[in-house]
Design a binder for this molecule. Sequence first.
Ligand code: HEM
Length: 477
Amino acid sequence: MRMAANDDAADIQAIADRGFSSLAGACYLLLRIQNPALAKPWLRSFDIASLAQARTQRLPQVCQIAFTAAGLRALGTEVTPGAGFDPQFIDGIAGDERRSHQLGDEGANAPAHWHWGVGEQEPHILLVLLAANTAINSLAKDTCSAAVAAGCAVISANTPTTTTTPLGREPFGFADGVSQPDYDWGGTLTPGGARDRDYRNLLAMGELLLGYPNEYGFIGDYPTADELGRNGSYLVYRQLAQDVAGFWQWLARQAGDGAIALAERMVGRELDGAPLPGLQSATITGTNDPRNAFLFADDADGLVCPIGAHIRRVNPRSVDDPHGRHGFLRNLISALGFSGTAMHDAVASARFHRLSRRGRPYGPVIVPQAAMQGTGAGQETGLHFLCLNTNIARQFEFVQGAWVASAKFAGLAAEQDPLLGNRLPLAGAQPTDAFSYTDSGACPRTISGLPQFVTVRGGAYFFMPGLRGLAQLLADG
Ligand code: HEM
């Protein structure tokens, strides 16, 4: 099959392939449709940037659009699994208590406390507006006024931090956006072969866009009527408040001069994004960035990068068979399940659970040393976490639920993601607030009593259509 040909590139929303870091201003506008007859023609008037445009032009501003299930219904679209929509998308991120529990959205993270995302604050539309930092405020203001005139209520106009330097630091101070999957735009990949015993960063297109073969080698469900879903994707948006002062003050109390080194172990990278020193470099298909040329297989016990570090949880860089490539007999023994452990299975095959992140930070920039002195306390900073995937259960929800929020990830006990955990005890009062690592003197250590550093403020699952699909959704009648 020919993949992402030119007419597909003209159909795909540009953000599927890039974050537009040269456009430093952004506004994530969350709208609720009150009068569809007014809203539809207004939405049709937007010039939604395509990938083909982004590949050939330097765009001074970019607008992208996505809809929740409630938003599609407000536009008159049938949103059912029978119509090919993802069941998780239909339920919504806060759709039921079981999902909230699985995602760690309990306690202070519970949807009942969110600023947006549920009840009357559930958005129908996400408009992503990107422009130069000098232009974004008036663009956002004009778009809000026009939205109201077009029968939409503004739920929230979320404004990421506008910077004069290239984007790329999250509020705790770490380089962000370092590791992203690459996609097989040329359609050359055959997933599932012996070569998948090596970790690769190149993924089948169907992990990013609907209507293409995925990492299982087949095309997953999508709305196929008139190809409504083709070249679309699902966008997960979570607003995550970060207690920057609390994070660095806690680290300073725990580790004194070693605060930064401990934070780097919790993240699994150095502040500037470099891999932790001691990880062996490796050649990886699908990336030329030396900051991504490493595996965890060479650090099986987590002596360099702790097993529970953020980047090791969200992408364990694991392969289909934890024993890697061997001769026929050993491969067979392993494939039949006569070797390996449950711990290996729990984190196997990272290729089925990758996410393309497109978020941006918000709030004032506070450097770690100032945060250790208490600067920033009381001011809200955080991350507008946006990611794209085609199967919400297998990608976002698996990463968030089974890897980030799980207190039993990879054979660990009593610890969640050291940045993101809600620290709530499990049933039976088993704690989840520990972090174990090996210190610079090769001594194993476990800290307990980690506070909650990140709190969910809002969230929603969106369908981001291709431009032909968008025209269908916005057609009259
Ligand atoms: C406030 C919240 C968060 C902070 C501060 C944070 C911070 C970071 C940092 C510093 C990195 C390393 C640099 C990079 O590769 O970009 C990273 C990587 C990553 N994060 Fe997060 N993150 C947050 C939330 C999340 C969430 C909610 C998810 C998914 C559920 C996630 C998934 C990832 C992934 C997939 C990577 C790339 C890992 C790799 O391929 O090596 N992050 N994050």
